[in-house]
Design a protein around this ligand. Structure first.
Ligand code: AMP
Ligand code: TRP
Length: 329
């Protein structure tokens, strides 16, 4: 069976961008592939964070995975920091990765601007740890949102260099992107992201969803109720395409263009549809967060299984790079 790895940083509650860009796609892959879903906490600590909150975020992430439909009976759910081979392999990959490859990664360039005075090595090295996450399991494919494609391309380059230097060891993983592509935040501007306060989170109530949507940005040209709007430039319409039925999409598309319906009417339909899709997830999430023992068992089992694969890969890596010292045996 072919293998898949993907992961999410436990840097805040999961949102509909994570759900549509990643997890929803993951659920459908569980039957076809052996899947390893990581909670990548060592990636989360590359930006300022509160160590006292990390555990809660990991628990929240694990519960969200299962509530959204990942099945621990079918897939492996693991926690990156607890399988030390991830960071060990990242170090080895560091030795064959040119700095210039890392400096041209778009997310690094963004972070370099954002943290111009406190740019740490972890941010530069982020894609190398990500490459290690993937190839430690010899993953054939990696389902991610579009924003991660440059990272995936770099992983493939690192794999090629490793295989050329030390002999064929790792497959070149291919990206699987979902139809949701890149979900914009409620500001209609940047991508929906945990750190940007522009999200609808998976555990929000129908009232909270409505409160956020009612003030979300729409077509900026549609100022008065009677102005006709252009759905193609409206982020609310993009969300309709992901959450609403075809008839509803046609209805708001036409109604907006003719100004027959106002933005609030359009948002109300969307709000109901998002709430309907998220309600079962929210309920399951609350139930799971009250059942810590179950979450602990799932993660411990996932860590055990992923470690088994990781140890096998590393033994091959030690042979290849020459650290399997015979004189110590
Ligand atoms: P992160 O929250 O940055 O750890 O992202 C975890 C996964 O969710 C990755 O596969 C991302 O591509 C995906 N993701 C995060 N934000 C978005 C978004 N706004 N639109 C689409 N996918 C996203
Ligand atoms: N960089 C990814 C993100 O921000 C998270 C991640 C870390 C990941 N390691 C990974 C995704 C390995 C896929 C595979 O979304």
């Amino acid at each position: 069976m072919k293998r898949i790895f993907s992961g999410i940083k436990p840097s805040g509650r999961l949102h509909i961008g994570n759900y549509l860009g990643a997890i929803k796609n993951w659920i459908t892959l569980q039957d076809e592939y052996q899947c390893v879903w990581g909670i990548v906490d060592y990636h989360a600590i590359t930006v300022p964070y509160n160590p006292k909150e990390l555990e809660e975020r990991v628990i929240d992430c694990a519960a969200s995975y299962i509530a959204a439909g990942l099945d621990p009976e079918k897939s492996i759910l693991m926690l990156q920091s607890q399988v030390k081979e991830h960071t060990e392999l990242a170090w080895i990959l560091n030795t064959i990765t040119p700095i210039s490859w890392l400096e041209r990664v778009p997310t690094f360039k963004d972070k370099a601007k954002q943290f111009s005075k406190s740019l740490n090595m972890g941010l530069l090295d982020y894609p190398v740890l990500m490459a290690a996450d993937i190839i430690l399991y010899k993953a054939d494919a990696v389902p991610v949102g579009e924003d991660q494609l440059p990272h995936l391309e770099l992983t493939r380059e690192i794999v090629r260099r490793f295989n050329n230097t030390f002999g064929q060891t790792f497959p070149e993983p291919k990206a699987i992107t979902s139809s949701g592509a890149l979900i914009k935040g409620l500001d209609g501007n940047s991508k929906m992201g945990k750190s940007l306060e522009n999200c609808i989170y998976l555990d929000e109530t129908p009232e909270e969803i409505w409160k956020k949507l009612s003030t979300a940005v729409t077509d900026p040209q549609r100022i008065r109720r009677n102005d006709p709007g252009d759905p193609e430039v409206c982020n609310i319409f993009s969300l309709h395409k992901l959450f609403s039925k075809k008839e509803q999409i046609d209805y708001v598309n036409n109604g907006c263009r003719t100004a027959d319906i106002g933005c609030l009417d359009c948002k109300k339909i969307l709000s109901n549809n998002i709430a309907a899709e998220l309600s079962p997830i929210r309920e399951k999430l609350i139930e799971l967060k009250n059942n810590r023992d179950y979450l602990k068992d799932v993660l411990n089992e996932g860590i055990r299984k992923s470690k088994e694969i990781a140890i096998q890969t590393m033994s091959e890596v030690y042979d290849k790079i020459g650290t399997n010292y015979k004189f110590l045996k």
